[in-house]
Design a protein around this ligand. Structure first.
Ligand code: DX5
Ligand code: ZN
Length: 220
């Protein structure tokens, strides 16, 4: 299983966004996590398509777009045009999750499905063999800098078990409250794609990326 680090630019300094992306890219992060919030599915509004198009030329790294928006199917084509390589939507936000997965795949992109802390792992059963990635929210979606919800370890373990039982080695991404202190524990539970916002962008983004990758290395 491939381990990946996906720094979330939500926590970056937007007046020097290009420089910050450059730092995490040079330091070896293979994904860039891009949080899109609509003020409806989650209380806050982050940024949208023009920002993504504008940073596309800053890096060749994978754009890991996390849609926290209602009715995601309406916008799949737009996010593909803006430069998304992988699009993750919320199970709770989609009327027909299978149609969203199909739409993302029709564009030749990776499809991810996400669940909020209050949604049970079992809710994903119909989609386990259909998606490229499962994103387990380890905080309530909407804001960076929140503490990791401890119950998430069991959910990650349960999901990894459900996948393994089906002969699937689908990526499990975790997002929210991941720090230098708990990253190995979430990986031990079965996660292999790690999102970190504040841990990377508070302080020197390059140094923090290298430290996070060093901690993740022993699991590869
Ligand atoms: C929260 C976002 C996260 C957020 C994580 O809704 O999906 O990606 O940026 O931030 P940290 O790592 O600070 O918890
Ligand atoms: Zn996210």
């Amino acid at each position: 299983m491939d381990n990946k680090l996906s720094p979330s630019i939500l926590a970056a300094d937007f007046k020097i966004l290009g420089e910050q992306i450059n730092k995490v890219d040079k330091a070896g992060a293979s994904y860039l996590h891009i949080d899109v919030m609509d003020g409806v599915f989650v209380p806050s509004i982050s940024f949208g398509l023009p920002v993504i198009s504008s940073i596309r030329s800053a890096t060749d790294r994978i754009f890991d777009v996390h849609l926290m928006i209602v009715d995601p199917i309406r916008y799949i084509g737009d996010f593909v045009d803006a430069g998304a390589d992988s699009i993750t939507f919320h199970l709770e936000a989609a009327k027909d999750p299978m149609a969203v997965i199909d739409s993302i795949h029709k564009y030749g992109k990776k499809a991810g499905i996400s669940i909020k802390p209050g949604t049970e792992a079992d809710a994903l059963l119909p989609y386990l063999d259909k998606v490229d990635m499962i994103l387990i929210m380890t905080v309530e979606p909407g804001f960076g800098g929140q503490p990791f919800i401890e119950e998430s370890y069991d959910k990650i373990r349960t999901l990894r078990k459900l996948l393994t039982e089906r002969g699937l080695n689908t990526d499990i991404e975790v997002d929210g409250g991941i720090t230098f202190d708990n990253v190995r524990k979430v990986m031990d539970a079965g996660a292999n794609v790690i999102v970190t916002g504040s841990t990377i962008f508070r302080g020197d983004a390059g140094e923090n990326t290298r430290e996070m990758l060093r901690l993740m290395e022993s699991f590869s």
